[in-house]
Design a protein around this ligand. Sequence first.
Ligand SMILES: [Zn+2]
Length: 144
Amino acid sequence: MWTCPACHSRVDDSFEVCWSCGTTQDGVEDPDFVTADEAEPIRDEPIEKGPPVDDPLADFAGTPLPDLVECYSAADTIEAKFVADRLMEEGIPAVADHVDINMVMGGLRPQFWGQDPKVRVRAEDLEKTRAWLAEFEQRRRHRS
Ligand SMILES: [Zn+2]
């Protein structure tokens, strides 16, 4: 420990200048020294507004192909798209065959998929997707 010759603060030996005023052990004051209090407050950089954070497909972006499982077999691509869109609204990332698959997966070839357009979700979402689909089917039956 040494005592600052300028302000008499006790300064640890590991510091070459006084933590309080910036003066060295030899009494040389540092004209550029600013204490934390005097320093300009750090301004918060305006946060760039990115895409909406609640975009469920953001999870897919830039990541290796997630494990997708089919949850629904649609009559046509329009229905598949419809179901996928409703799932997205529920916060479940879903893709419909032939429609979004190329866009979302970046070149995954639809011919890999089966005959009927399928709606696919991540394996971890399958359970809640099934629950939602059961409800969805019920509502639809009610309507028709
Ligand atoms: Zn000092």
